[in-house]
Design a protein around this ligand. Sequence first.
Ligand code: PLP
Length: 311
Amino acid sequence: MSPEPYAFLGGKQLPLAEAKVGIMTHALHYGTAVFEGIRGNWNKEHGVMYVFRLREHYERLLRGSSILKIELPYSVDDLIDITTDLVERNGYREDVYIRPLAFKSAQLVANLKLHELESDFTLIVVPFGAYIENDGAIRCQTSSWRRPDDTMMPTGVKLAGLYTTGILAKTEAVMAGYDEAIVLNHDGTVSEGTGENLFLVRDGVLHTPSETDNCLLGITRESVITLAREEFGLKVVERRMHRSELYLADEVFLTGTAAHLTAVGELDNRKIGSGEMGPITQKLQEMYFDIVVGNNPKYMHWCHAVTPGGG
Ligand SMILES: Cc1ncc(COP(=O)(O)O)c(C=O)c1O
C-alpha cells in the first residue's frame, strides 16, 4: 500500500493532501459538477479488487458532463485506465468507494455561462464499508421534500447541484430516527430514495418507477432488472407508482452503489409485508452480493479486476 493516499487532479496523480482547488472554483459556488459513486469490492481469496460496472459509470459521467458542457480530454477507456492506476497505487485491500468528479474549475464566480467556463476532472479513492447500517430491513420515511422534476434540472444523471434535495431529505429522515427517506415527485408519485432507486414486489412481480419519474438511471437498478428477468424469470414493470402502493406491497427494496440492495421493512411507521426482508429481495441480494465480489463467472464482465499495489 502507498504510504499516503493519492488522488488524481489536473491530469496527474498527486498526494491527496496536495490535491486542492481555489475558493473561487465555479463548482463550489453553483454545484456545476457531475460525479459518480463506484464501488471496488475486495475479494480476499482472489487478492483482487473488483470494481463494479466501471465502464457504465464512466459512460453515465460523460453523458452528464455533456449536459453541463464539461469537456474532458478523456474517453471512457482513458477514465478506466486512470481509475485502475489510482486503485493500484493506493493499494487498499478492503472495500473502497471511488469518486470521480467532472467539474467547472474556472475561477470565475459571477459567470453563469457554461460554455465559457473551463473544466477539470478529479478522482478520489477511499475505504468504504456499509452505507446504511442495518441487519435486515431498514425503516424509511416519506420525505417532505420533493424530487426536482426533469423540467427543472436533468434528473437522469448525477449532477452535483441536484443532491441538495437528497441531502435535505436524508438529513430530515435520519434526524427523525429513520434510516432513509423516500422522495416523491411533485405530483405525489414515487421517485426514489436519496441515493437509491426503489422497487416494490407485489404478487411476485417487480415494479419500479420509470425514467420519466425523475429517478436517476441507476446502474444497480439496471443490474437488478437483468438478474430478476434473466436469472429468476420474474416480470419487471417500469411505471408510475402511487405512494400507497408502497404500504400495500409484499416487499420493498432499494438499490444503489453505496446501499447495494437493501430491504425496506417499514415506511412511515407501517410495516411492509412481514416487516422483514422478503424472499424475492433476499434471493436477488444473495446473487448480487456474489456477483459484485467476482464470485459468479457468468457476470465477470460486470467486474473490473484490479490488483492493489500493481500486478
Ligand atoms: C439519487 C440516486 N438515485 C439512485 C442511485 C443509484 O444509482 P447507482 O445504482 O448507479 O449507484 C444513486 C446513486 O448513485 C443516487 O444518488
